[in-house]
Design a protein around this ligand. Structure first.
Ligand SMILES: Cc1cc2nc3c(=O)[nH]c(=O)nc-3n(C[C@H](O)[C@H](O)[C@H](O)COP(=O)(O)OP(=O)(O)OC[C@H]3O[C@@H](n4cnc5c(N)ncnc54)[C@H](O)[C@@H]3O)c2cc1C
Length: 385
């Protein structure tokens, strides 16, 4: 999928699925805080959620640049890719670091949708930004690991069959560097919930099923360890570039949706007997947002192309997410202002998308941490923490 034409075909295919799920569908789910079950099923059946799984394991075998188009188009259509996006990339840890046996066991079922792997547990109440301080422990006991600890804001646990978990297998005071001694596991949530894992839902600003998790002597099979014990932080970092680039594309989809809706409204809505878009006070913020979304889009493809070429892309992935998250937020504000009071009215969808796109300046990584990465790793400024 490397020609402009085939990318266009991919866009068209995703748009066709999204057309079956108009604004009213997403608005209805948002008001009831429900999961987009039918949409996720339709995307799975079309193969799009298995985009990054190689063909030999039953996926589409697309490269990352192509996969970003899928998530972009969902958000551009007025939908929200977040309930579905983790099925696209959470399996990356397994694909890159799992054993052949694990890959054969899980990847074909993830590609077909038979199982959902879209819960990913890293953040803790005492360790959000500071990941290596996490306190959840996994202690080996025969052919099992025993898990204890707490996680917070872990999304889609109630709509996932399996989960990827980052936990500490060697205490912090016994490793040279804090990033050592962490391990990654895959385990069956259906067996775990009620048997050592308690799920406490958290209500957040957007329609995103997210939870506090309490692990109390949860026993999982040792065969769920991915890669080597103690190297899990490195494995999680490997997946973060892909996640950041994919989410940058979601922001770009949102940014384009806001610009398109604002432009439409500015051309139609008449105040003082003329379209409000005739006023440069309305026109310029929309035009500026468009410019910034387009610029962010270039960085998103630059990062994705480096990723697909197997080149280092940490700085580009981070910069793409920062630029895209900020551009989509700027576009959201321009749309809100253009719609006036109607922007606050749920029926116009601006307020819903406005809430949804705000998340990306905080999660999966906050913009401050991206700037700190650029300061330290790109510019060579002193480390601040
Ligand atoms: C809707 C939602 C869904 C989520 N889903 C998941 C999920 O599925 N799995 C998962 O593991 N996590 C998930 N998260 C968690 C998310 O990744 C974290 O919230 C995010 O990484 C920030 O961590 P924190 O909330 O603990 O913020 P904190 O670490 O408390 O930081 C608070 C603020 O301080 C800033 N800050 C901290 N240290 C510095 C510094 N040295 N310099 C400058 N600024 C600093 C941060 O940038 C941030 O803005 C989700 C969060 C939300 C809101």
């Amino acid at each position: 999928m490397d020609t402009a034409m085939t990318r266009e075909e991919l866009r068209e295919g995703v748009r066709e699925v999204c057309e079956g799920f108009p604004d009213a569908y997403w608005r209805g789910l948002d008001s009831k805080r429900e999961y987009p079950e039918e949409f996720v099923r339709a995307m799975t059946e079309a193969g799009y959620l298995g985009a990054l799984i190689p063909e030999e394991y039953g996926g589409l075998g697309l490269d990352l640049a192509d996969a970003t188009i899928i998530l972009e188009e969902i958000n551009r259509s007025g939908g929200n890719a977040q309930p579905a996006h983790a099925q696209v990339y959470t399996m990356g840890t397994l694909l890159r670091h799992g054993s052949e046996e694990q890959k054969r066991e899980y990847l074909p079922k993830i590609a077909s949708g038979e199982i959902r792997l879209q819960a990913f547990g890293v953040t803790e109440p005492e360790a959000g930004t500071d990941t290596t301080s996490l306190g959840t422990t996994a202690v080996r006991d025969g052919d099992q690991y025993v898990i204890n600890g707490r996680k917070i804001y872990i999304s889609r646990v109630q709509h996932s069959d399996y989960m990827i978990l980052l936990a500490r297998t060697t205490p912090k005071d016994q490793v040279k560097r804090r990033s050592e001694g962490l391990s990654v596991f895959i385990f069956d949530l259906r067996e775990a919930i009620g048997n050592g894992l308690t799920v406490n839902p958290r209500r957040v600003m957007i329609n995103n099923e997210t939870n506090e998790l309490v692990f109390e002597d949860l026993r999982i099979p040792a065969s769920g360890l991915i890669g080597d014990e103690g190297r899990g932080f490195r494995y999680i970092l490997d997946g973060m570039n892909a996640e950041r680039i994919l989410i940058a594309a979601e922001c770009i989809g949102n940014g384009r949706w806001f610009v398109e809706r604002a432009t439409g409204r500015a051309g139609e809505r008449e105040v003082f007997g003329r379209p409000i878009g005739q006023n440069q006070g309305i026109q310029f913020p929309i035009a500026r947002a468009h410019v910034d979304v387009e610029a962010a889009d270039l960085m998103r493809f630059r990062a994705a192309d480096l990723f697909d070429a197997g080149e280092p892309c940490g700085s580009e992935a981070n910069m793409a997410l920062l630029l895209a998250a900020e551009a989509s937020w700027e576009a959201a504000n321009a749309a809100m202002q253009t719609f006036g009071g109607y922007g606050f009215d749920a029926e116009y969808d601006v307020e819903r998308k406005f809430r949804e796109t705000r998340l990306f300046q905080v999660a999966p990584i906050s913009t401050n941490l991206i700037l700190s990465y650029v300061g330290e790793h790109v510019l060579g400024l002193p480390r601040s923490f």
